[in-house]
Write a protein of this length. Structure first.
Length: 349
């Protein structure tokens, strides 16, 4: 059990963690795709309570779905002592976090992350958000969950592609963390087995290690004003790649990490051996290790101009420079102001 600020991370079954909470205080929120599986994991006396079902995936992060959540809470007569229990991936937790923050000026939130990405990243740190049209995560707040309940048996029903996508953020955390963490991943990769065949104990260790890294940055910078920015490693190029290719978030971030590494090697910050090590780790998990590879995966020619336009529009741009995460080595990753011309140059490789 780990405690950070107001959040406690518990490993194990959801029913064990919820049994002390009076069922009349609980409102569950989950996606239509997970509703049945969520009920199966709960004993009848807890699971037969009040449920809100929202559309699957990113499509739940809209104002209209948020409004429907508020109406459901109203119909349930949810008061300030209500606990919203969100069961799902990062999309459900982002929506539920914002709803919990704003309903009656803030109610308790419990997160039950069901994807690898949600366990190691989205459930931690209190950030939530909804989208406006194509603009992702533009409306949001900070609202720490009281508990985060991690039951790695949820990961068994994820596809190899979904697990790979989560692995990108896990590899990112390992590179931020240090040599031992990266070796742990190399050992998993050396086993050459599909991620769907990883055993529960390895997943639990992987999730714990990865959460510790994110927690360290969250504690140092709870409101994401400086120290936490290194968590954006791979994301400047990644967001642009995601928009242009439609690849899952983790695939785009992996390609963005590869591109950031190329830039770091060209400015003498990173040695090519480390660059190769990170690239082979990403590829072993089925991820692209560069921008060309990402576009190759969707059979599309790399549109450098469109990519650069999106980077120019990045919120981290200041004048003709972008605050960009540059890896200097395993366990040594820094935020530096990089001229747009240099970013454009990295796209040529
Ligand atoms: N708030 C944060 O700090 C933060 C950090 C990272 C990402 N995010 C957000 O997280 C979202 C992405 O989250 P995600 O990758 O978890 O995807 P997701 O929540 O969109 O879920 C992806 C798909 O996986 C399915 N799914 C979920 N759990 C499953 C399971 N156990 N078995 C089978 N299928 C399952 C869902 O039904 C959905 O179809 C994005 O909206 C992103 O912006 C937020």
């Amino acid at each position: 059990m780990q405690t950070t600020h107001n959040s406690t991370i518990r490993f194990g079954s959801i029913s064990g963690s919820l049994k002390l909470l009076p069922s009349e205080r609980i409102v569950f929120i989950t996606s239509s795709a997970l509703r049945e599986k969520a009920s199966e994991k709960l004993p009848l006396e807890i699971g037969s309570g009040r449920w809100i079902e929202v559309p699957d995936g990113e499509s739940c992060k809209t104002f209209s779905v948020l409004e429907s959540v508020y109406y459901a809470l109203l119909n349930f007569d949810a008061g300030s002592d209500t606990v919203l229990v969100a069961i799902g991936g990062g999309s459900v937790s982002d929506l539920a976090g914002f709803a919990a923050h704003t309903w009656k000026r803030g109610i308790e939130l419990i997160l039950v992350p069901t994807t690898l990405l949600a366990m190691i990243d989205a459930s931690i740190g209190g950030k939530n958000a909804i989208d406006i049209g194509c603009a992702k995560n533009v409306v949001g707040s900070f609202h720490l969950p009281k508990d985060i309940i991690c039951d790695v048996s949820w990961l068994r029903s994820l596809s190899e592609r979904d697990l790979s996508s989560g692995m990108a953020e896990a590899v990112k955390h390992a590179v931020l963390d240090g040599e031992e963490h990266v070796r742990f991943f190399e050992q998993i990769a050396e086993a050459h087995s599909p991620l769907t065949e990883l055993d529960g104990r390895t997943f639990e260790e992987l999730v714990r290690l990865s959460q510790e890294v994110k927690l360290r940055y969250v504690k140092a910078d709870p409101y994401d004003s400086k120290a936490r920015h290194v968590l954006n490693y791979g994301h400047t190029f990644g967001h642009a790649i995601e928009l242009l290719t439609g690849l899952p978030h983790g695939f785009a971030v992996a390609a963005g990490m590869g591109a950031a590494n190329t830039l770091a090697v060209s400015r003498g910050a990173l040695d090519p051996v480390t660059q190769g090590r990170i690239a082979s780790l990403l590829r072993r998990f089925g991820l692209p290790a560069g921008i060309q590879e990402a576009f190759g995966m969707v059979d599309r020619a790399l549109d450098r101009r469109a990519l650069l336009e999106l980077i120019r529009a990045d919120k981290k741009r200041r004048g003709n420079k972008v605050d960009f995460v540059v890896p200097h080595g395993i366990g040594d990753v820094r935020v530096e102001a990089i001229p747009l011309d240099e970013l454009a140059e990295a796209l040529r490789v």
